[in-house]
Write a protein that binds this ligand. Structure first.
Ligand SMILES: Cc1ncc(C[n+]2csc(CCOP(=O)(O)OP(=O)(O)O)c2C)c(N)n1
Ligand code: SF4
Ligand SMILES: [Mg+2]
Length: 327
């Protein structure tokens, strides 16, 4: 057998899959892809604490489980506390296993925030991954403090009295970074290589690390499942979801945007922003406000790229499925 054939065969072998296919997520669920990529990068030597939310529900419908690593379901509020307890117990046993806490934005920004802050402050060796789909999706698309300004949800409807959510999306990364933890970053399912790289980096940290992964929810955002990656990519390319890395609250990396897109390109495919395209002066005002938020991100993080970036181009990144590479 030639070396070339051996190489091809190795390429065909499935890489480690901590989250199996066959779970019950909606088609095009960003969170399912994000969790699979996280586990691919983290490898088998991990244990998981998973807050109540879509990820927990669609992966573990009794009596089945889609997980191939030890997995514990926590309450909606306390994934960080449960992960901290697991880490302390493993340390006592002298076992070198990384603990990862998984939670949605509700379980991170809102109800899980106190537990998260405590875990970070006490310096536990835990990676906390927040799958940010910008709403309480598991319970029927209610607004969270991560829901973007002006987005419509069942509890922030667009109508006569208001035009979607009145409040701003909480800047969770800055709040987390203010705990001066060794590593905190944002990532997106549209950039899987970057996401996996950040997971590997976060895993290597001795101490708390945090990842906020932008993960479209076709059901809650009102777009077709086949558009999830495109929508996620546009969030980055408009500047609305900057991809950045911080070490001890100092910016160490930001993905440049080669071709900055206007925010309408990101908002238009999504039903939750449909009202912003009505012939209404309030809608125009909100669009201008959202554009100003994106422009602000581009300025403060220096996102405007003046040279081609391999990750920021349509299709330059690859999604790996079962060891085969699809461009
Ligand atoms: C104390 C408490 N309040 C409310 C709930 C109901 N509940 C379960 S999951 C969820 C929303 C989860 O939202 P998020 O964390 O963003 O995860 P997603 O479903 O969006 O992935 C809510 C409100 C609960 N389980 N416990
Ligand atoms: S409701 Fe949204 S987050 Fe939940 S499984 Fe469906 S697409 Fe995924
Ligand atoms: Mg959510």
């Amino acid at each position: 057998m030639t070396t070339e054939t051996l190489h091809d065969l190795r390429g065909d072998q499935p890489r480690f899959q901590g989250l199996e296919a066959g779970h019950r997520a909606c088609q095009g669920c960003g969170q399912a892809l994000a969790a699979r990529l996280t586990l691919e990068a983290a490898g088998p030597d991990v244990v998981l604490a998973n807050a109540t939310g879509c990820l927990e529900v669609f992966t573990t419908a009794w009596p089945d489980s889609a997980w191939r690593v030890p997995w514990l379901h926590s309450l909606f509020a306390n994934a960080a506390s449960v992960a901290a307890g697991m880490e302390a117990a493993l340390k006592m046993q002298g076992r070198d296993v990384k603990v990862i806490a998984l939670a949605g934005d509700g379980g991170t920004f809102d109800i899980g925030f106190q537990a998260l802050s405590g875990m970070l402050e006490r310096g536990h060796n835990v990676l906390f991954v927040c799958y940010d789909n910008e709403g309480y999706m598991n319970t029927g698309v209610q607004r969270s403090s991560s829901t973007p300004h002006a987005a419509a949800t069942t509890t922030s409807p667009a109508g006569v009295a208001r035009i979607g959510k009145r409040h701003l999306k909480k800047d969770i990364l800055s709040i987390v970074a203010a705990h001066h933890i060794p590593y905190a970053a944002t990532a997106s399912v549209a950039y899987p290589t970057d996401l996996r790289k950040k997971v590997r980096r976060a895993i290597q940290v001795d101490g708390p690390s945090f990842l906020q992964v932008h993960a479209p929810c076709p059901l809650g955002w009102g777009h077709g499942g086949e558009l999830s990656i495109e929508v996620a990519r546009l969030a980055v390319q408009t500047g609305l979801f900057p991809l950045i890395e911080l070490e001890r609250d100092v910016l160490i990396g930001a993905m440049p945007i080669r071709r900055v897109r206007g925010i309408k390109d990101y908002l238009r495919p999504q039903g939750r922003f449909r009202h912003l395209f009505a012939d209404d002066p309030r809608a125009r005002e909100e669009l201008a406000h959202l554009q100003a938020l994106a422009d602000h991100n581009i300025e403060v993080y220096g996102l405007r790229g003046d040279r081609p970036d391999t990750l920021d181009s349509e299709g330059a990144d690859t999604v790996h499925r079962g060891g085969r590479h699809f461009a």
